[in-house]
Design a protein around this ligand. Structure first.
Ligand code: GLA
Length: 682
């Protein structure tokens, strides 16, 4: 019998934060980009800023293994020892996201290929085909060597697998990928007959007679097969997941005393199914970057944080990367306003993060990311950013006791990568109905009611929620549709968005009247989907307007709560139902058959929550965010004022951790400020 080393259950972030003695604070550290004399200054300044954890090695393959099979550990030994001597722990990354030039030269067939058949060139990162056996061999050899060397290094408290799986190379269409795709399809569909039926290949004479005829969905003269495109998305995510599993297995075998994570991307990444990756990590970590031009970017941040918590099964999670100020990859890279980074950081914390980490520690002076902000900017310690970084370090030290507490939500919002892929395939009723836009609308409407939600996959256990929101779940598996029926039957309150429940897992339309999966549950039939012109607005019966989408809805038991207006302003279904409510079992199911304005959607979701008995953490003025974290009998109330005016929240009782104030009633949160209260009785 082989001896298997004991491996603790690492799913509690305490395994990391316990060793740090508080909230994890730090960022990506790339010492290989700097002369060695700078490292001592780095370590000293990290201490000054309160940094206790840094991610090392993410892109250092060419430094660690400058020639195939030849390792240079000296510099990395010195970095880890230096950090350890300064009391800074290390999240050690497997540097597999950036294969070095020698690898690409030796294995040109490992370079990824686009759908148009172009090979991508090295000289960047993630320049490899996820299915390349040469890449797999080289990456595994490197991970093995790294794990063997540093398994017992006292600085290393966490393994960081790869970096943002699939950010740049998820979809590869080369011959190697084609062969791997065929293998994956055999597993999924069993027989060619099964595949032909799942892909509906009698359409346009696409029936396959031999597995070898099957290709990835490369560029075609007319529309390709949507079921094939959907399976390719699944396969591509799974191919990366296989790489993630392989690296994780090596780390678990060779360094069983240390938990393993990878930085997922949440809503920022369509191509990788985060809900499939999360259970393969001991700890869930997520990156988030604001869309700087969006005035409501803080709401997108909250969505991503709630999704991170959903991926972590409600447990505390790590914010592995965000930015101190501007990024370098948006059309105009706006700097953060003074105080914005602190608000961003503490909002992540409010929503369950026990780690606040940045890309990156020291701003680069060369390379493609030199105009990306960092904790230590080009200008050094006299900059505004540095001042805010050190004071955030102080805040996080004070907030250490929050670590390990969780966010209790009574509402779930269902999010699904597969529905996202399917909704945005070619040849749909409207290219303007974008999954993330609808999810954002719904999340934002709920956010403005102050009600906190978990963002969960369709298969999640819904029994602990009072209300469930399902924005535009175009593709729905039978069992997931059934779970929503059960939820409502047993007293739950559900709201479903337009164009949901239409297709099965193969992207075949569910027949018998739309929306096939939810017709009975919603108590209606949709006679026809009626997308609107891009700039078109239709009037609703309450005088508001809706955009993008309409439906001709025939209620069969559902009550109409809001109609499209009568006459020409009402669009293509004048006088028809736009929002309905159906009493079903012990609960109720609402349907929103259009994309209403924010106020209407807010009212609808507020009504659903009211019906369900789900309320906000606390009644707060507009622009203020209130979230509560709970640990045993303790509770912490986070109040974040995103507005430019001071705001007063009533009914706050307890001690402000950051300001030391004892609150007993009103609490004024200054414009742009954050108050964290350890609540009384807690
Ligand atoms: C991603 C990557 C980092 C860095 C940042 C820049 O999140 O993981 O390496 O490129 O983007 O925003």
């Amino acid at each position: 019998m082989t001896h298997r080393p004991h491996r603790p259950d690492f799913r509690s972030l305490d395994h990391v934060t316990g060793r740090l003695g508080g909230i994890a604070y730090g960022g990506d550290y790339n010492p290989e980009q700097w002369p060695e004399h700078v490292w001592a200054e780095d370590a000293r300044l990290m201490r000054e800023a309160g940094v206790n954890l840094v991610t090392v090695g993410v892109f250092s393959w060419s430094r660690i293994e400058p020639r195939p099979g030849t390792y240079e550990w000296g510099w990395l030994d010195r970095v880890l020892d230096l950090l350890h001597a300064h009391g800074i722990a290390v999240d050690l990354a497997t540097p597999t996201a950036a294969p070095p030039p020698w690898f690409s030269r030796a294995h040109p067939q490992s370079l990824p290929e686009t759908s148009a058949g172009n090979r991508l060139a090295p000289g960047s990162r993630q320049v490899f085909c996820p299915s390349s056996p040469d890449y797999a061999r080289a990456a595994d050899r490197l991970v093995r060597a790294l794990a063997e060397r540093y398994a017992d290094h006292p600085a290393v408290v966490l393994w960081h697998v790869h970096n943002e799986w699939g950010n740049h190379n998820a979809l590869c269409y080369c011959d190697t990928s084609a062969a791997a795709f065929r293998g994956w399809l055999r597993e999924r569909h069993g027989t060619l007959e099964g595949l032909n039926s799942a892909w509906g290949t009698d359409f346009w004479s696409q029936r396959y007679g031999d597995w070898e005829e099957i290709l990835p969905p490369r560029d075609t003269p007319a529309f390709g097969n949507p079921s094939q495109a959907l399976d390719y998305r699944r396969f591509s995510s799974d191919a990366l997941l296989a790489r993630h599993r392989a690296e994780t297995a090596l780390l678990r075998e060779l360094a069983p005393g240390t938990p393993v994570t990878t930085n997922l991307m949440g809503t920022l990444e369509k191509k990788v199914d985060g809900f499939a990756f999360a259970p393969e990590c001991d700890l869930v970590s997520v990156d988030h970057y604001l869309t700087a031009a969006d005035p409501d970017a803080h709401i997108g941040l909250a969505l991503n944080a709630d999704l991170a918590r959903g991926m972590a099964g409600g447990r505390p999670w790590m914010l592995m990367e965000h930015s101190t100020s501007a990024v370098n990859w948006q059309p105009v890279n706006l700097a953060k306003q003074p105080g914005q980074m602190r608000r961003n950081s503490l909002t992540h914390l409010a929503r369950g993060a026990d780690a606040v980490m940045f890309f990156q520690w020291r701003q680069a002076r060369a390379g493609a990311e030199k105009w990306h902000s960092a904790m230590l900017p080009h200008g050094g310690t006299s900059t505004r950013t540095w001042g805010e970084v050190t004071s955030l370090g102080d805040d996080l030290r004070v907030l250490a006791e929050v670590r390990g507490s969780t966010v209790a939500a009574e509402v779930a919002l269902v999010f699904d990568w597969q529905a996202w892929w399917a909704l945005e395939l070619e040849a749909r009723p409207s290219v303007h109905l974008r999954y993330l836009d609808v999810v954002r609308d719904w999340y934002q409407a709920l956010w403005s009611t102050g009600v906190t939600c978990d963002v969960v996959p369709p298969g999640a256990d819904l029994s602990r929620y009072r209300a469930v929101l399902v924005p535009s779940l175009y593709l729905t598996a039978d069992e997931d549709a059934e779970a929503l029926h059960t939820f409502v039957r047993s007293g739950g309150h559900l709201a479903v968005g337009c164009f949901s429940g239409v297709a099965d897992v193969n992207d075949h339309v569910r027949l018998g009247g739309h929306p096939g999966a939810f017709r009975d549950l919603l108590g209606l039939v949709v006679d026809e989907y009626l997308p609107l012109r891009e700039d078109e607005q239709v009037a609703l019966s309450d005088g508001s307007t809706a955009r993008l989408w309409a439906e001709r809805v025939e209620p069969h038991g559902a009550q109409t709560r809001l109609r499209f207006a009568e006459g020409p302003d009402g669009g293509p279904a004048p006088g028809g139902a736009a929002v309905t409510r159906h009493a079903y079992g012990d609960g109720a199911a609402w349907y929103v058959a259009t994309r209403p304005g924010p106020a209407v959607l807010r009212d609808v979701l507020a009504a659903v929550c009211r019906d369900a008995g789900a309320g906000p953490a606390l009644a707060v003025p507009p622009g203020v965010e209130a979230v509560r974290r709970v640990k045993g009998s303790r509770s912490y109330l986070f109040l974040v004022n995103h507005g430019d005016r001071d705001a007063t929240v009533v009914d706050v009782h307890g001690t402000g951790l950051l300001d030391g104030v004892r609150y007993d009633g009103p609490c004024t949160v200054a414009a742009g400020d954050v108050v964290v209260v350890r609540e009384r009785g807690a």
